[in-house]
Ligand binder design. Structure first.
Ligand code: PY5
Length: 305
């Protein structure tokens, strides 16, 4: 990871190396932190943050679910994010707001514990690299099921939830695959460890619904909205495992993954085993939208300057 000069910590800019916590911090011990992943892209009018308001809303909702006292308002977080980009002189960045219990102690109880918010902005290309996006990635359905909403709130971006993502990724990577696909506890396709999934059948985009215990991603919502403009029908419905094998196309989407084609699942080629045309077209459109090259969706961009 490329080090930046400054991290926003509770309203102050601190040097990168000074943004530290104690080893007994509640959120480090128990995964009780909440985070977001947001991107800032270079546009003709300077750097701009994509769907910032939606990310801040989800961030505050994650905290609300766990009754975590939010020390900062949406407005203050927005200002904090923008000033972190500015202070570090970045044109493009991955932004990681993180809210955590900074108190130390052994008990689980969070009542009365104080929180901190950190905002880091770091240069970070696509999660799967340029090759992942251009050539596509090979996936394996995990033997680990996606966490379910009767055990943990799956809609909160809580650090602890990501142990489920980590264990699935370890299995996929150890088996020689690029990424895992997790099934829901209902036996239907849910999502990737940090990405939503779409498949394409006969020109129709299909993606699992909320009922499959997915994190309802902002990129997923972006795709659903822009698909209409491209004359593509979208169905939010349960997906069976074998549909992954026989679909014409499949792709992941997310802030970090952007739009990454999936070229095989469990060693079965998806379509002709190459990135699909619809995934490519959506990827190109997405890239234009986030860089301010599409007038219709400029409202999704928050300019930094
Ligand atoms: N599903 C899960 C479990 C996620 O963690 C994410 C985002 C998504 C779907 C996609 O959501 P969105 O489109 O709103 O980003 N994952 C983070 C990201 O920044 C972390 C990845 C390392 O993309």
């Amino acid at each position: 990871m490329q080090k930046q000069q400054f991290i926003w910590l509770d309203g102050k800019m601190v040097k990168f190396e000074d943004a530290k916590v104690h080893v007994l911090t509640h959120s480090l011990q128990y995964g009780s932190g909440m985070f977001e992943g947001i991107r800032c892209y270079k546009t003709a009018a300077g750097p701009a943050i994509f769907r910032l308001g939606d990310h801040i809303r989800r961030f505050l909702n994650s905290a609300k679910i766990y009754r975590m006292p939010a020390k900062f308002s949406a407005e203050e977080l927005r200002d904090g994010i923008i000033s972190t980009i500015k202070k570090n002189g970045l044109e493009e960045a991955y932004i990681r707001p993180f809210m955590f219990y900074k108190d130390i102690g052994i008990g689980f109880n969070t009542k009365g514990k104080s929180t901190s918010v950190a905002i880091a902005a770091i240069p970070f290309g696509n999660l799967f690299g340029h090759a992942g996006v251009s050539k596509g990635i090979r996936c394996k359905v995990s033997s680990w099921l996606r966490i379910n909403s009767s055990t943990l709130p799956v809609g909160a971006k809580a650090s602890g939830n990501y142990l489920n993502s980590i264990i699935a990724s370890i299995e996929a990577n150890d088996s020689g695959y690029d990424e895992a696909i997790l099934m829901s506890s209902f036996g239907k396709v849910a999502e990737g460890p940090g990405e939503n999934i779409f498949i394409v059948q006969d020109g129709i985009l299909i993606t699992p619904p909320k009922q499959s215990d997915i994190l309802v991603g902002i990129t997923r919502d972006t795709i659903i909205k822009i698909a209409g403009d491209m004359g593509l029908e979208v169905a939010e419905r349960e997906i069976r495992r074998e549909e992954l094998y026989v679909s014409d196309e499949a792709f992941f989407c997310g802030t970090a993954a952007e739009i990454t084609p999936i070229i095989s699942v469990d060693s079965r080629a998806v379509g002709n085993g190459k990135p699909g045309q619809i995934a490519k077209a959506l990827g190109e459109r997405y890239s234009k939208i986030v860089r301010g090259e599409d007038k219709k969706y400029r409202g999704w961009l928050s300019p930094v300057d």
